[in-house]
Design a protein around this ligand. Structure first.
Ligand SMILES: C=CC1=C(C)c2cc3[nH]c(cc4nc(cc5[nH]c(cc1n2)c(C)c5CCC(=O)O)C(CCC(=O)O)=C4C)c(C)c3C=C
Ligand SMILES: [Fe+2]
Ligand SMILES: [Fe+2]
Length: 345
C-alpha cells in the first residue's frame, strides 16, 4: 500500500512565504565504496531495475544472484580502485556531479528563490533525499534534470520513474518539470566541438581520426522503439558538420557491452582492434553521451581500449575528457536549465 508522507515541512515553508524553485541534477549513480560489498550493493540495485534489464524473470534473478553478484563486484571493484578519487574517497562521477551542481548554483545565485541540488538514480545521494531536501527548503516547483544528452529508457526514463515514485508518496506534491534530451542543442554541440579542438591542441601528436564512443544498449531495446541510437547518430552528424569531418574521420561506436545478447554496433573495442590492424597509428576518442567522466570513460576507454589499440599495433591514443564541470560543460547545463525554467523564474 502507498503511504502518504507527512507534509509538515512543506506546509510550514509555504506559510512562511518561501515558495522556491528547485533544480535537481541527476546522474546514473556509482558505488559508495571501491570494494566488493560496495559494488555489489550498487550492481544489485542497478541490475534489478526493469528499465535496465527488461526481463526480470526467474532466470535473470538466478543469473544475477547466483553468478553476476558473486563474481563481478570483485573484478569491478579493482576497476573502480584505478579511477577512485582518493582525496574525497568517492567515485569521480560523484565528485563531478556535485561540482556541476555547485557551479550551477553559483551561476544562478542572483535568483535567490532557485535552489540547486544533485542526486544519483542508484546509490547515494538518492533522488528521494534530493526531492525531500528541496521540499524542505520550500520548493513548490521542481525541475528534474537527467544528465543524459541522448534519451534512453535505461537512463532518462528510469530517472522519471523514480521521481514519480517519490512524488506518489506525497500528499502535497510539488509541480514537476523534466528537461528533455539535448542531443543536438546548439550549446551542446558547440561545447563538444570546442572541447575537442582545445584537447587536440594539447596533444604531442595529430590523430588520424576521432572515434565518438557512446554507451551501448541491447539492440532489441531500440528495435522496440527506444530512440537512443537515432539520437546518438544525430549528435555525431551534428558534430561532424561543426568540425568539418566526414564519417571516415569521426567514427561512431558503442561501448560497454554487457551479457551475451547483441548490442548496438559497431562495438568500440572491436573498432579499436580493427583500426589498429588496418594501420591506423594515432587516434583520439571522445565520449559525447557521458556528461561526466566515470568508470566507462576513465577506465574502459582511457585504459582498456587504449590497451586494445596499442596491443594491435596502434601507437598514440588519447581519451578526450567529458564536458564535466568545464566552462563549455557548464554552459550546456546552464542553457538547458534556464530554457526549461522559463515562466518559473
Ligand atoms: C543491461 C545493462 C546496461 C544498460 C542497458 C546500460 C545502459 C546505459 N548506461 C549508461 C551509463 C553508465 N553506465 C555505467 C556503468 C554500468 N552500466 C552497466 C550496464 C548497463 N548500462 C553496468 C553493469 C555498469 C557498472 C559497471 C560494470 O559493472 O560494468 C556508468 C558508470 C557508473 C560509474 O560508477 O562510474 C555510466 C555513466 C548509459 C548512458 C546507458 C544507456 C544508453
Ligand atoms: Fe551502463
Ligand atoms: Fe564498462
Amino acid at each position: 500500500m502507498t503511504t502518504i508522507a507527512p507534509i509538515a515541512t512543506v506546509t510550514s515553508a509555504v506559510l512562511a512565504g518561501l515558495s522556491r524553485v528547485g533544480v535537481l541534477l541527476v546522474n546514473l549513480g556509482t558505488p559508495d565504496t571501491a570494494d566488493a560489498p560496495g559494488v555489489r550493493i550498487y550492481l544489485k540495485e542497478f541490475l534489478s531495475d526493469p528499465r535496465v534489464i527488461e526481463d526480470q524473470g526467474l532466470i535473470w534473478k538466478l543469473v544475477l544472484n547466483g553468478i553476476i553478484l558473486r563474481s563481478r563486484p570483485r573484478t569491478k571493484a579493482l576497476d573502480y580502485l584505478k579511477i577512485w578519487n582518493t582525496e574525497r574517497n568517492e567515485s569521480p562521477l560523484k565528485t563531478i556531479t556535485r561540482s556541476q551542481s555547485d557551479k550551477l548554483a553559483a551561476a544562478l545565485s542572483d535568483r535567490s528563490h532557485v535552489v540547486v541540488d544533485w542526486a544519483m538514480r542508484y546509490g547515494n545521494p538518492s533522488i528521494q533525499s534530493g526531492i525531500e531536501a528541496l521540499i524542505a527548503k520550500g520548493c513548490e516547483r521542481i525541475l528534474a534534470v537527467p544528465l543524459y544528452p541522448q534519451y534512453s529508457a535505461p537512463t532518462s526514463a528510469t530517472v522519471c520513474d523514480e521521481v514519480f515514485r517519490v512524488l506518489s508518496r506525497l500528499r502535497a506534491q510539488p509541480t514537476l518539470r523534466v528537461t528533455p534530451p539535448y542531443y543536438e542543442d546548439e550549446a551542446y554541440i558547440e561545447a563538444l566541438a570546442t572541447s575537442i579542438e582545445a584537447h587536440l591542441t594539447t596533444l604531442p601528436f595529430k590523430p588520424e581520426l576521432i572515434v565518438a564512443s557512446f554507451h551501448g544498449m541491447p539492440k532489441s531495446y531500440v528495435d522496440k522503439g527506444d530512440p537512443y541510437q537515432g539520437q546518438c547518430v544525430a549528435t555525431t552528424e551534428a558534430l561532424r558538420r561543426r568540425l568539418g569531418m566526414d564519417a571516415a574521420k569521426l567514427l561512431l561506436t558503442f561501448q560497454s557491452r554487457f551479457g551475451n545478447a547483441e548490442w548496438l554496433q559497431p562495438y568500440t573495442d572491436m573498432t579499436m582492434e580493427r583500426l589498429a590492424k588496418e594501420g591506423v597509428r594515432r587516434i583520439a576518442v571522445v565520449t559525447p553521451g557521458f556528461s561526466a567522466d566515470c568508470l566507462e570513460t576513465l577506465e574502459e576507454i582511457a585504459q582498456e581500449n587504449a590497451e586494445i589499440f596499442k596491443h594491435n599495433g596502434g601507437e598514440q591514443f588519447s581519451a578526450i575528457p567529458c564536458l564535466n564541470d568545464s566552462e563549455p560543460g557548464m554552459d550546456v547545463i546552464r542553457t538547458l536549465v534556464l530554457r526549461e525554467l522559463q515562466g518559473w523564474i
